[in-house]
Design a protein around this ligand. Structure first.
Ligand SMILES: Cc1cc2nc3c(=O)[nH]c(=O)nc-3n(C[C@H](O)[C@H](O)[C@H](O)COP(=O)(O)OP(=O)(O)OC[C@H]3O[C@@H](n4cnc5c(N)ncnc54)[C@H](O)[C@@H]3O)c2cc1C
Length: 183
């Protein structure tokens, strides 16, 4: 894969598998509920990951903007460069906030959990792509070099696919709205 190297991909074959009732996770017949809870948790994890990853990118962006000089001054003195870092910070705070909200609902088992975990996953992973794009832009030609570019862009793009694509999150959010309407 281009990034996310701690998530190896492989094929799992299951043939004639029989699970003794003593080895089930939860009660027999409760699997569907458990797997949906895990899916919500997994989606929220992408938002939590994005909170940490965006914080590190902001730290590195501030460092670079104040170290790298062009035309006898740090590039961070330019308001257009500051704008990129400010946008990263704003998105970071939004990701953190929506992660916290989704976690609170997941923890209490609220009806809104599925929708909020999808919203957190959708928003945070789309925002990470924009944050990463700004981060690369801030580094100029160096940002376009390998392995720098692949390391950052590869991880960010993968976030929009893993754990259910952005399109599937949107589908889920809309379906939850339909459910709310008919409740
Ligand atoms: C970094 C990374 C880590 C991953 N980790 C795991 C893992 O740990 N476990 C695991 O099981 N999988 C994992 N995956 C696989 C991931 O879940 C799938 O790639 C993802 O669900 C999309 O499935 P697909 O690749 O078959 O694409 P497809 O299903 O072929 O989709 C292709 C495109 O069509 C869109 N699309 C498909 N169906 C619909 C629809 N009904 N409505 C609207 N749009 C649709 C998709 O959103 C996508 O844009 C990982 C993937 C990546 C990139």
């Amino acid at each position: 894969m281009l990034g996310n190297n701690s998530s190896p991909t492989g094929v799992i074959h299951l043939e004639n598998v029989s699970i003794p009732s003593t080895s089930t996770i939860g009660a027999v017949g409760a699997g569907n509920r458990i797997s949906y809870d895990m899916i919500n948790f997994d989606r929220l994890l992408y938002a939590v990951f994005s909170t940490g990853a965006s914080k590190k990118l902001i730290h590195d962006a501030m460092k670079y903007a104040n170290e790298r000089r062009s035309f006898n001054k740090p590039i961070g003195d330019n308001q257009y460069v500051q704008d990129m870092i400010v946008s990263m910070k704003v998105q970071h705070e939004l990701i953190k906030s929506i992660s916290h909200t989704a976690f609170t609902h997941l923890n209490s088992g609220s009806q809104e959990t599925a929708s909020l975990c999808s919203i957190a996953k959708l928003h945070s992973t789309e925002a990470m792509c924009k944050i990463t794009q700004d981060f690369v832009q801030l580094h100029g030609h160096y940002g376009y070099s390998t392995p720098f570019l692949f390391e950052h862009v590869g991880d960010a793009l993968g976030l929009k696919l893993a754990g259910g694509t952005s399109e599937i999150q949107k589908m889920n959010i809309y379906n939850q709205l339909l459910k709310e309407m008919s409740a």
